[in-house]
Design a protein around this ligand. Structure first.
Ligand code: SF4
Ligand code: SF4
Length: 378
């Protein structure tokens, strides 16, 4: 049954829901057009899989946990929305890899180890075939920056192909299959600003506090810091790797962004690991296996990245090269895993905000057209 399948994605208590609607009343993001989480709970209880895959509601939830706190039946609607997001990621992914990872932690961990070992073997083979472990950059380097640049761009291109194809699939499901009225093309242009706006501000996360008496903005700020840190680092690595790797002198106009990004990544990673251990907020009470894989990999990337930088800048080139290999052994599976993991929400969430705005506008137009027809009273 569909509901049992969702159990594997983390939705364990859906059957407890008796549709009182308290969760939708308390939710800071639900409104007359997007009614959740009650509606999503209902669709799930009824096993309407085809309908659920075309909905945007799971992406409009930012898991503030207020609905779960309010639920009189402990049906945990907040966690159900989270599970639906995992499930949707697996639906958008046409390869089926995501589904495998979400359903089996062992498979995911083995795939990560396999990619890490292949990456390590390739880098060591390349390094030893033309360079020396005691040279960090330039002539005879173990991993010259020109080679790393090409390597990064190749991984980035693979990542982009999967993300774009999955995003197109998402668009098809929600805007074609799931929208039963006409959406004028120009609405896509009109609402386009929603994409960068939500991507760079995550403002909706901050809006989670709008109904609370005591507002706490720290989770939003740390989430934002983590996201901006990640994006900045990705950009630096893809475009400015040669400047980053030059040295040992520090190139401040490039490195300053790397340091700021590192601060965001460290703060966000420590916060999320600590929260998952302490479980002091309702949204961290349950952790899916993939959540632990996510924070563990990120932690290894951050620590090895900093260690490698310190070794390089202090002239310890052998440890710098070795740590660099270990760093890339965690970065490559991390990046390649992105389109199939929770981290894909970096793309799907802004897209969902954009699509939801377009759909809302199209719906309003439809309603006003219908209202404009004269009513004939006989
Ligand atoms: S999830 Fe809980 S609060 Fe929401 S409708 Fe069901 S029983 Fe009511
Ligand atoms: S977790 Fe928060 S945003 Fe998500 S459905 Fe519940 S109340 Fe709404």
């Amino acid at each position: 049954m569909f509901i049992d399948e969702l159990d594997r994605f983390g939705a364990e208590d859906v059957q407890l829901c008796y549709q009182c609607g308290d969760c939708s009343t308390v939710c800071p993001h639900a409104d007359e057009v997007y009614k959740f989480p009650r509606k999503s709970m209902r669709l799930l209880q009824m096993g309407l899989e085809q309908k659920l895959e075309t909905t945007l509601e799971p992406w409009l939830c930012y898991y503030c946990g207020q609905c779960s706190e309010q639920c009189p039946r402990d049906a945990d609607p907040g966690e159900t929305m989270m599970s639906l997001r995992r499930w949707l990621i697996s639906r958008y992914d046409f390869t089926g890899i995501s589904r495998m990872f979400f359903k089996s932690r062992i498979t995911e961990v083995l795939a990560i180890i396999a990619v890490a070992l292949l990456t390590g073997a390739f880098l060591i083979y390349y390094g030893l075939s033309g360079g020396s472990i005691s040279i960090y950059d330039g002539e005879g380097a173990f991993l010259p920056s020109t080679f790393i640049h090409r390597f990064d761009l190749t991984i980035g291109a693979i990542l982009l192909v999967f993300l774009v194809l999955n995003a197109i699939h998402m668009w098809y499901l929600v805007m074609i299959k799931g929208t039963p009225f006409n959406v004028p093309w120009w609405l896509y242009l009109k609402e386009l600003y929603q994409l960068p706006w939500h991507f760079f501000t995550q403002k909706r996360y901050a809006d989670c506090e709008k109904k609370r008496e005591h507002k706490v903005y720290m989770p939003w700020l740390l989430h934002l810091g983590l996201m901006l840190g990640y994006v900045t680092m990705l950009l630096l690595v893809m475009v400015f790797i040669e400047q980053l790797q030059a040295g040992p002198a520090i190139l401040w106009r490039v490195h300053i962004f790397g340091y700021l990004a590192s601060v965001g990544l460290i703060a966000g990673t420590i916060y999320f690991i600590r929260s998952r251990f302490k479980k002091h907020y309702i949204q961290y009470k349950k952790s899916h296996g993939t959540d632990w894989v996510f924070v563990t990999l990120l932690f290894i990337i951050v620590v090895t990245g900093i260690a490698q930088h310190v070794f390089h800048r202090t002239g310890l080139y052998e440890p710098a090269n070795i740590t660099y290999v270990i760093h890339l052994m965690s970065v490559v599976p991390w990046l390649l895993r992105m389109p199939f993991s929770k981290w894909a929400h970096l793309i799907y969430r802004p897209l969902a905000m954009y699509f939801s705005a377009v759909r809302r506008e199209a719906l309003m137009r439809q309603v006003s057209i219908l209202n404009s027809y004269p009513v004939v009273v006989k």
